[in-house]
Design a protein around this ligand. Sequence first.
Ligand code: NAD
Length: 307
Amino acid sequence: MDGPRVLVCDPIHDEGVKILREAGYIVDLRTSITANEFVDAVGDFDAIVVRSRTKVTEQALEAGKRLKAVARAGVGLDNIDLNAAKQRGIIVVNSPEAPSNAVAELVLGLMLSLARRIPEADDSMKKGKWIKKRLTGIELKGKTLGIIGFGRIGYQLAKKAGALEMRVLTYVREREKFIEFVEEAGADAVDLDELLGSSDFVTIHVPLLPQTKHMIGTEEISAMKDGAYLINAARGGVIDEEALRKALVSGKLAGAALDVYEEEPPRDISLTGLQNVVSLPHIGAATIEAKRASSTVVAEKLIKILG
Ligand code: NAD
């Protein structure tokens, strides 16, 4: 008998496809399928795999008479009509665990970039300047890192920062529930005020929710140590960018590193254009390993569901 049939609608790493085929699945790769073609084809499949391009609408789910699962290789589910899937008993899975290490490593890179002013040094060399005397930095060893939000990324980062001999503080919402992981990662759970007032580097790893929008604004920044650094590789809206810009211009903060913005790409470069800001075009999850993991994780989840 033929195995379950899976339609892959957007490009994913080959490794996930290989796992499905080795499990006996029939995988149809139609990675530039149009919306109409998708609705016409979906009826023949037990599961579909998408990234963000393909819109999994109610119409498509209705046409998917034998659909049991929708897999999003990646994190955001806004291209999938979750209510319509739920009503039809179709299970939706994604792979939020896939980029955790990539983001944690990027934050280490950002901290080192700020501490040793690596981007500025490189930029000066490209311009044929030798500004050695202006580029005295600081070391991470012995400094305090404050991690706001202790989920998958926060946990990975805490362990890595410990290996750099940093002291790690974390603000954990459900302290009692997660204290075992905090201790395992060598961090101390503290309240937000203590974290802000004691950290040389503050990094945010909470999701963007109504409760976390502008979680770090003027008040929180003024509670930070003078000359501290702020890093955001979570979502743009968790920091009030105007409050941050003012703190960087006034010298309250020594620097900031950003991978994410309220508007992407940012049209207004009054923040990213500052000399003491290191900014990246949302590349936190952009590693070969994370891409591979996003496809293998959803393949394994589909096998669990479809058998
Ligand atoms: P996660 O769900 O594992 O962890 C988030 C943590 O934040 C949870 O422990 C949760 O309890 C905590 N939290 C939520 N609201 C809070 C609040 N008000 N105060 C304190 N803690 C709160 O998520 P994760 O995998 O660690 O990712 C964190 C965020 O990073 C994601 O939501 C996503 O927005 C972002 N992200 C960015 C990139 C990138 O490319 N830069 C890649 C992956 C994830």
